[in-house]
Structures are given as C-alpha cells and as structure tokens.
Design a protein around this ligand. Sequence first.
Ligand code: GDP
Ligand code: MG
Length: 455
Amino acid sequence: MSCASKSAAIAGVPVVRPGGRGGARYELDEEALRRVLLRPGVQELPAVVVSVAGAYRGGKSFILDFFLRYLTAAPPSQLSGEWLGIEDEPLKGFHWRGGAERDTTGIHLWLEPIVTTTSNGEKVGNPYTSCNLKTHFFWLTHTNVAVLLMDTQGTFYSDSTIAQNSAIFALSTFISSVQIYNLSGNIKEDDLQPLQLFTAYGKLACEGDDKAFQTLLFLVRDWASPYEHAHGYCGGATLLSKRLQSKPNQNPELREVREHIRSCFDSIKCFLMPHPGHAVEKQNFTGCLRELTEKFRLKLLELVPSLFDTPKLINGERVRVQDLFDYFRKYVDIYNGDEAPEVTTIYKATADISLLAASRAASSVYAAYMEPRINGPRSLSRRVLADAHAAARASAEKVYAQKKKLGSQTDVHDRLQELIKELQASLSHYELSNDANVRKTVSLARKAYDTAVSN
Ligand code: GDP
Ligand code: MG
C-alpha cells in the first residue's frame, strides 16, 4: 500500500483551551483531565511529563508522534531501534499538518499516561548517540513511571497576544519535568525572552540542592550548519554554551536569564536536528519513514530514547500522576486572574499543592493501616480501634514529616493540624462502621442462638 493513501489523524485530549476575554483566559476541561490522570493503577505512579512548546508550524506535534511510537513499542525494539517502525506506516497520534494555519490550541495531553520503566541512575550509553554525554541511558534496574505527553499551542509569533503565548509556555513549563523548547533554525536572542519568568521563579523556589525545574531541552529543527556544530546532542552542547555566554553589550534582562537559568533547571541541553527532507513540503505527506532522510531518522534514534527518564519533582519529591490534577487547576486559576501573575503567587500555589500532596501521602499510609483491620472478619473493641488509630496516625505523621515540603513553617504546621483533624474524622467514621459490625455480629449470634434453642 502506498504511504500517502492512509489517514494520519487521531489527536490528543484538549485539557486547556483558550477561553473568554479575547482568548486571554483559559478553560480547564476538568472532566477530560480526570479521564486522563485519574486512572486506577496509574494515578499513584510517579509522573514523567514531557512537553513540547514553541512557535506554531514548527513540527512539535509531528515529533511528539515519534515519542508516542517509541513509548508504545515493545522493549526489545526500543533497544534495537526497530521502534522507528516500518517504511510505509503513516505517522499517527497528535494531529499534525502542513499549511500555514495553526492546528493545536491550548494544551493537549495524550489519551492516557504510558507506563514505562526508568533506570535507577545506572547509566549506559545510547548506541545511537554521536558523543559521550552521560545523559543518554537505557534502564538496568526497574522503576515504573507514567509518561504524559503534552502538546502545546505555540502560536508565539502569530495572531495571539504575548500574554497568551507566555501563559501557555509558562503553564507547560511549570507542569512538565522535561520542557522541549522547539525552535526553527537556531537559538535566537528573542527565544530566551520567555525564560525570564523561570529565572525569577527559580530564585524564589530553590531550596538547598533542589532546583525548581528538571530538564529544559532546546530542540533546534532544520539545523543547517553541521560543519560548525554537529547534529545531535554533541553539537547542541557547543552551540548552547555559546548562546548562553554573557557579554557586556547584551540586553540586561536577557543577560540575567543567561546568568541564572542554570540555577533553575537540573539540566539544560540542546539537540540539533537535521531537516527531515523535502517530502514534508508535499501536500499529501503522511509522515512515513520512507519519505524522511536517513540523517533525520538516525537523529530520531539518538534523541527520542533519551527523553523519558526524568520524573517530575517538586522540591525534590516525586509528583504522582493524580497530584498533577491539582497543579493544572491552581496554575490555570492563577493565569485567569485579573492581574499578570506574580512569581510569588505561583510559588504560593506550588507550596500549597506540595503540602497537599504530602498530606495525601500521609493519609494513604493511615488508610492502608486501618482498612484491613476494619474490614477484617471480626469487629474490634473501641480500645483496639483506638490503639490502631494511634499507630496509624504516628506512621502518617512520620510520612508527612519526611516529605520535603515547600512553604513557610506556619503553613507546614497548619497543614499538619488539618491532617490530624482529617484522621480524627476518619476514626469517627471507622468507629461507626465498626459499631454497626458489632451490632450485626451480635444480632447474627442471637439469631443463631435462638435457632439452636428452638430446635
Ligand atoms: P506544530 O504546529 O508545531 O505542531 O507543527 P506540526 O507538527 O503540525 O508540523 C507542521 C508541518 O511541519 C508539517 O507539515 C510537518 O510535516 C512539518 N515538519 C515536521 N517536522 C519538521 C521539521 O523538522 N522540519 C521542517 N521543515 N518541517 C517539519
Ligand atoms: Mg501542533
């Protein structure tokens, strides 16, 4: 079958859409977000959130579909490189297309988180990488994580307002663990502008060794000077160090970005991608491998496997898939406020959610201790129940204390008091259901006794 004869469109789930006030507000589709994030068996896993942001018609959705292909391939073909697929397979997943009009608007997530395994820090080389960077590795020991793929609006220099552009870029950076900043041709001076917010935020949020964000990857498409800086991570590293150098005649704000950006992200990388070949300009191009140049394919093999090993962290703590729901809600609310968001407001929101996540983890520990006792075959005396509560509460408080938390001492203390109240309320609930069990047992025993006596 010819490559061009098959359809290539499925699309992701729009979770944030431009809404009122001429597109300057955002609507969060909570129902859609719930369907993606709150899935049994997945919602408790650490989240790896990979976002691609940048100007429209820059090939973002197109490359995301290769991420999808990699993530859904069997592990042996991930290792051998066969995940790239067969020559005549059209590229499917997030909707991408030719032409000059924008396609994706707002933020789209892939239909479901994709469960995969990451290494626990043991590194081996990616056979496709062209240089010896330590950043590429395949897993050796196993930790399950859930990867979320995020496609963003990216109408940077088109009909949307600056506020709209920077909001989507900011939202996706705050929520992701790997922000891929997709650029055409080069890293230009203006491209650094959207990073200003993160340096300001980073200064506020850095505590100890924990940086505010994890990975920022400049992905330069159609890099045309490989003799100067080679394609791939190697050439990317040398180009990046040149672009991030401070010089006296630079715009002072962008000089500050250059000086501080490294203190906000755990890792800043750059990858130089070759042009995919002139087939991309044809109207009936469906993204089949056959139509992509050998160079482009080789660089996909280097780039794609390197992207999914960075869990989302807030203050050094892994964020679970279900916790992302609160992050989306809070951040979208902030961007819908009347004022331009201040970094302090964003910091406060992040701190609130980090405390909520710590207290949720503590509540889960409490419930895991209590539930099997309450639902066991025998009802318990009030005294035994009170002892169980005391032990479960102690474990919960320990977990809360151990979790790294953002926020002031007062906020941390207040959230602990809330947690203790919630656990006390759970105890009352357990007591009621235990009393009902006791009554049921007594009534069954009485019935059995009456039956035995009457016989
Ligand atoms: P998005 O708006 O950034 O999501 O862009 P799309 O993924 O929809 O792609 C827009 C167009 O760019 C499509 O016709 C793709 O075939 C084409 N395209 C994809 N990747 C590349 C690339 O690396 N270079 C060039 N020049 N075009 C690309
Ligand atoms: Mg797109």
